[in-house]
Design a protein around this ligand. Structure first.
Ligand SMILES: Cc1ncc(C[n+]2csc(CCOP(=O)(O)OP(=O)(O)O)c2C)c(N)n1
Length: 680
């Protein structure tokens, strides 16, 4: 192994050695603890330390790194206190994730490290978002993300590199090519000669280097960092290395030919570098012994501290609370006239009296959405809009028409067709204090960004206290003859995911107020907007900026015969049915927010009539109706005068043919369901 010191000072060279040695010694200790049964799982990076350490040393301390499971060297080089790291690995409350996350699946704002989730790939696009924030703020900083050779086969790798290239983002992507993805050798993983070659396909530069040579890694990443800042472009580095231990300790290495261990043992990054430093006279046997002794004492002391930490006492309230970031300042809100009149609706309707739908000019549903976006862009200079065709073209539904002229293309961004990477980038923006709104062209396409939403955005705050300030607009629903992949109601997927908020307005005024509230909320919010309502529904919309509080249902009308709880298009079905049956008196509640549900309003609605029908466009099985029915059975049983009835769409895909679609829709069975309920 050739070492070229270039212009590094003796102190820097020794410092690199110390940085390299510490994670190795920690790992050796962890392996002992593992054998003693004192820790449960360990993903070893032994033999690969030069990559994490060299790359981290080449960055500034406030540049974000997205590390993986073998990158202990990132954490130690950023000087994270070892005692706290040990507590983290032991699942202690005083670790970095209050005992909620394992191994390296956590982050720390203070150290500019955004830890991985278990899924390989999603961390890459987060680096895009961070780099975009730097670009928007005109800061000379890069972001760096790691992947393994196996992880390069994920679609997320492709999407993240493509977005970084198209948007000219200063991101350094590092592949640690250690020969295996669990047991799968690289020849069963990809067909190109070197992974660095792929860079060209994305329109970026790439290089393959010896990942076991600390000076080569440090020098390359330093140079690449300068390049990314100077040229305003991303860069791909493939570091060749080898995994000297099993995928994780328990899984063994039977599938690895023994001669490879002999070969790579000779290329050990620490032995080789230490040997060179000794040869150059920068270290001697005594200094090596002293450094090792110092680290051994440090590890033992910090470990002792971790062992002495008290065991966790579960606190359910804290567990639930920490799923969400707190709201910024609580604006008091007032009840509407309808709520006051009813006397039975304890929760307030909107944060501002001006949200009273009577107070503004007549506008369409789509205008409510547009106005909220426009006013939120004015209110939040750190808000970025992203989506396919949303800039000059104005989006598939023309909601952002004129936005790029007013706010510029930096803040109103056309995206490549990469849903997963854009959600990831939205998370990255949030790390740097930006807000973002991503327009899903159709709610159906969320499936290809699903992982980022339900695993990254939703769980981030609970895992390590970092909020994901992201709104995803979801043009949803059927009734327009668009077939199975442009009409789905998929809100229930997200209602089942703690950490998200899910809102679903039914009127133009609420469309505006709820979108403003969603954007102002520091948590990830899925905002469902029914496409069939865009231009078919009008109503008064206050002109000024206002919010409708998330988590509060709306009493649509009072009634005595039965209660209809619904949302979205269901509200209009309920009203239409009621207007056609003046002889029957319906209490109608519009949920408006599906997560969290307004249980007070639901209970009040049940008590009002004793007969409950749950109505939604979504399919029956696993829909929100089932959840509410269960809750009502548990909490309002004594107020019920009949079994709860659900009226939902058929448990099929949504058909294209208009007559088939009508038959599919819940509305076609609403009369029947109401008759059944009232007959009981
Ligand atoms: C999306 C996803 N699929 C499968 C896994 C299971 N898994 C965890 S690590 C791993 C191998 C990863 O190989 P590579 O990316 O080369 O990284 P290495 O472990 O070699 O550092 C696999 C298959 C996962 N975590 N995520």
């Amino acid at each position: 192994m050739q070492f070229h010191r270039k212009d590094l000072t003796n102190e820097q060279l020794v410092q690199l050695y110390r940085r390299l040695l510490l994670p190795r010694m920690i790992e050796e200790k962890m392996l002992v603890l593992l054998r003693q049964g004192k820790i449960s799982k360990w993903f070893s990076g032994i033999g690969q330390e030069a990559i994490a350490v060299g790359a981290t040393m080449a960055l500034q301390n406030d540049e974000w790194i997205m590390p993986l499971h073998r990158n202990l060297g990132v954490f130690t080089t950023r000087d994270m206190p070892l005692g706290k790291l040990f507590k983290q690995w032991q699942g202690n409350k005083d670790g970095y994730s209050k005992g909620r996350e394992r191994s390296f699946h956590f982050g720390s704002r203070e150290h500019h490290i955004c830890g991985m989730i278990s899924h390989l790939g999603p961390q890459l696009a987060i680096a895009d978002g961070v780099a975009l924030a730097h670009q928007l703020s005109n800061e000379a900083k890069v972001a760096l993300a790691f992947t393994g050779d196996g992880g390069t086969s994920e679609g997320d790798f492709h999407e993240a590199l493509n977005v970084a290239a198209v948007w000219d983002l200063p991101v350094i992507f590092i592949i640690e090519n250690n020969g295996y993805g669990l047991s799968t050798p690289v020849h069963e993983q990809y067909r190109c000669f070197s992974l660095a070659e792929r860079a060209q396909g994305y329109g970026m530069q790439g290089v393959r280097i010896d990942g076991n040579n600390i000076l080569e890694v440090f020098d390359t990443v330093s140079g690449v960092r300068d390049y990314c800042l100077r040229e305003r472009k991303p860069y791909l580095i493939e570091c060749m290395t080898f995994r000297m231990r099993g995928h994780e300790e328990a899984s063994g290495v039977k599938y690895v030919p023994p001669h490879l261990f002999e070969l790579w043992e000779k290329k050990d990054p620490i032995k080789n570098y230490e040997g060179w430093l000794l040869q150059e006279g920068l270290l001697n046997e005594q200094t090596v012994t002293d450094i090792r002794e110092e680290f051994r004492d440090y590890i033992e002391t910090e470990l002792k501290q971790a062992y002495e930490a008290p065991a966790i006492v579960p606190d359910t309230e804290e567990e639930l609370k920490d799923m969400y970031a707190p709201l910024p300042g609580n604006t008091p809100y007032k009840e509407t006239t309808a709520a006051k009149k009813s006397g039975r609706f304890p929760t307030a309707i909107s944060q501002q009296p001006s949200a009273n739908p009577a107070a503004g000019p007549e506008k369409r549903f789509i205008d409510g959405i547009k106005e909220a976006l426009w006013q939120s862009m004015e209110k939040h200079p750190n808000l970025v809009l992203m989506g396919q065709d949303i800039a000059e073209y104005g989006g598939a539904f023309k909601i952002t028409e004129g936005f790029s002229d007013k706010f510029g293309k930096a803040r109103v961004r056309n995206t490549p067709i990469c849903e997963s990477a854009i959600v990831g980038a939205a998370l990255g923006l949030s790390l740097q204090g930006y807000k973002s709104m991503m327009e899903m062209q159709f709610a159906d396409f969320v499936t290809v960004g699903f992982n980022q939403i339900v695993n990254n955005l939703a769980k981030l705050h609970y895992r390590w206290g970092q909020n994901a300030d992201v709104v995803i607009r979801m043009p949803t629903g059927g009734g327009v003859g668009a077939g199975p992949f442009h009409s789905q109601s998929n809100e229930a997927w997200f209602v089942h995911t703690p950490g998200l908020k899910v809102v679903y307005p039914s009127t133009p005024a609420e469309a505006k107020g709820l979108l403003n509230a969603a954007i102002n909320d520091p948590n990830p919010v899925l905002y469902f907007e029914h496409k069939a309502l865009y231009r078919s529904i009008s109503g008064p919309v206050p002109e000024e900026y206002y919010e409708v509080e998330i988590g509060k249902a709306r009493l649509v009308q009072e009634g005595e015969d039965c209660t209809l709880i619904t949302y979205g298009s269901g509200v209009h079905w309920a009203l239409e049915y009621a207007s056609k049956h003046p002889d029957r008196s319906f209490y109608i509640l519009d949920l408006r927010t599906l997560l969290p549900l307004d249980y007070d309003a639901i209970a009040t609605a049940v008590k009002a009539t004793g007969k409950l029908l749950l109505l939604h466009e979504d399919t029956l099985t696993g829909g929100i109706g089932g959840e509410i029915a269960a809750w009502v059975a548990e909490h309002c049983f004594e107020y019920l005068d009949a079994p709860v009835v659900r009226c939902a769409s058929l448990d099929t895909a949504i058909p294209f043919n208009i007559d088939l679609e009508k038959n599919f829709m819940a509305y076609s069975r609403l009369g029947q369901s109401i008759d059944q309920l009232l007959r009981y």
